[in-house]
Design a protein around this ligand. Structure first.
Ligand SMILES: Cc1cc2nc3c(=O)[nH]c(=O)nc-3n(C[C@H](O)[C@H](O)[C@H](O)COP(=O)(O)O)c2cc1C
Length: 183
């Protein structure tokens, strides 16, 4: 069976995170020929140091680069903190500049936050800087996110659920899983 791989990163490290719940909800939409995983190593990435960004970077950085290299598609789902991209996520992305790990990779971006406009716009710029193939139809801002997800992580707002389905469809269309297999 020919599989495609989608690698997802949440910008929130919080237990019970709405961003993580959104990534879980997207995971439930994945067809069986998609290997889908949500990264859980963001807190292990050391502070970016250009002096260590050489042929033998820290092990956690090398591991993340390898996961990204093996991905056919990437999803980033992040909140906004203090009108910015969460530090842990931005830090990891800084390590991905020189490796070109995002270069040409079909990428979906969801910013799910109380407001989130600033982080969303910044993330679009960051993904442009690292040459990700950001899919316009797979770019979504979800404001007031905590009113749209219940305590079990289910999406309770039908409009949000519909928009997430469109994000999913746009990403899947872009990475083109084998047509002979059921989606
Ligand atoms: C320290 C801190 C700063 C925050 N700053 C912002 C902000 O600037 N803009 C915003 O939209 N939400 C802000 N929030 C609210 C988060 O968007 C909200 O807690 C969100 O649910 C976090 O995502 P998560 O549920 O995936 O952890 C902030 C939250 C914290 C804890």
């Amino acid at each position: 069976m020919d599989f495609k791989t989608i690698f997802a990163i949440s910008g929130s490290l919080r237990l019970g995170s709405s961003n993580h719940a959104i990534l879980e909800a997207l995971g439930k939409m994945m067809p069986t020929n998609i290997n889908y995983s949500i990264y859980n190593g963001l807190s292990e990435i050391p502070a970016f140091n250009p002096g260590l960004d050489n042929e033998s970077p820290p092990a956690s950085v090398a591991a993340l680069r390898k996961l990204l290299a093996g991905a056919d598609g990437i999803i980033i789902c992040t909140p906004e903190y203090a009108y910015g991209v969460p530090g842990a996520l931005k830090n990891a992305l800084d390590w991905m500049v020189s490796s070109a790990s995002f270069s040409g990779k079909p990428t979906a971006l969801i910013t799910a936050s109380t407001g989130g406009e600033t982080a969303h716009e910044t993330m679009i710029k960051i993904l442009g800087a690292i040459d990700a193939d950001l899919i316009e139809e797979a770019t979504l801002l979800i404001s007031f996110v905590r009113t749209k997800i219940d305590g079990d992580g289910s999406i309770i707002d039908s409009e949000t659920a519909e928009k997430l389905r469109k994000v999913f469809d746009a990403l899947i269309k872009k990475i083109k899983p084998p047509l002979n297999l059921p989606l």
